[in-house]
Design a protein around this ligand. Structure first.
Ligand SMILES: C[S@@+](CC[C@H](N)C(=O)[O-])C[C@H]1O[C@@H](n2cnc3c(N)ncnc32)[C@H](O)[C@@H]1O
Length: 256
């Protein structure tokens, strides 16, 4: 993993992913998918993206930075597609395999273990903000998509000059013009965009995710890695609440 080892990001995306798996199992059916959507916002956001990715039953969907796999499991169930989860954190890869039986492998977005043009659809949800090498990640997504293939993105865009409090460790939030320039340089044309409504989920969804969070806190709240991970999440939440970040949903097509 290199750049992600031994950091607050490892606490948040590796250790906490394994704890999420453990707690979702303990709480039983109905908890894993909501808890497994870490940063992908809401069901409404996932549906907005899925509606615009030209998905047909049986299609491959590459999920780069898939985390625990909640979004991939959701779209597999809703659209009968076949997701492949690629994610650098071993704890998250294990969780997506064990919780959802998803094909999952350890991989950075900048080095996808896939052949050129293998897929017509990919998504990358809440991931560009967690890597400095955004161009590298978009370049790889361009490589594995067919010409005309669709890319869905959730990006927390910075809409102020100065963030009112420090970004979570390891995160860097592009502005919307920076994101558009990155997409253009990587060979993508933006086809649609909107601001995500992070509260747009069915009744019980947020409660299930919160119950898993509470169970993780009950089991691991004294662990310093829990406190670092919770602080990472708190900072993103605070920046969103302050209006310093805006959750952007973008669908782009790969140019030929
Ligand atoms: C906010 S989480 C989102 C996870 C998932 N996409 C979701 O929506 O539930 C960000 C994810 O990006 C992963 N990540 C961080 N740096 C990455 C990189 N360079 N390549 C791929 N994934 C990365 C993290 O390990 C983490 O699982």
């Amino acid at each position: 993993m290199g750049e992600l080892d031994g950091t607050a990001m490892e606490d948040e995306f590796d250790v906490a992913a394994a704890w999420t798996e453990e707690a979702a199992r303990a709480l039983g059916p109905g908890h894993a998918v909501p808890a497994g959507c870490r940063g992908s916002g809401s069901v409404g956001s996932l549906r907005w993206l899925a509606d615009r990715l030209d998905l047909a039953p049986g299609d491959l969907l590459v999920d780069s930075g898939a985390g625990v796999g909640g979004p991939a499991r959701w779209v597999a169930g809703e659209r009968q597609v076949a997701p492949v989860c690629l994610e650098p954190m071993v704890g998250a890869v294990r969780a997506s395999r064990r919780l959802f039986g998803l094909p999952s492998a350890v991989a950075l977005a900048q080095a996808l273990p896939l052949r050129d043009g293998v897929t017509g659809a990919a998504w990358n949800l809440g991931v560009l903000c967690t890597t400095e090498d955004k161009a590298g990640a978009l370049g790889e997504l361009h490589r594995v998509l067919r010409p005309g293939g669709r890319l869905g993105l959730l990006v927390f865009a910075r809409v102020v000059d100065e963030l009112p409090e420090p970004a979570p460790e390891g995160n860097s939030f592009p502005t919307v013009p920076e994101l558009d320039a990155l997409l253009d340089a990587a060979g993508f044309d933006v086809r649609d965009r909107t601001v995500a409504d992070l509260g747009d989920s069915p009744p019980g969804w947020q409660e299930a995710a919160d119950a898993v969070d509470a169970e993780v806190a009950r089991r691991h709240g004294e662990d310093p890695r829990y406190r670092r991970s919770a602080e990472q999440s708190r900072r993103v939440g605070a920046l969103l609440s302050a209006g310093a970040l805006r959750p952007e949903l973008v669908v782009a097509a790969r140019r030929a």
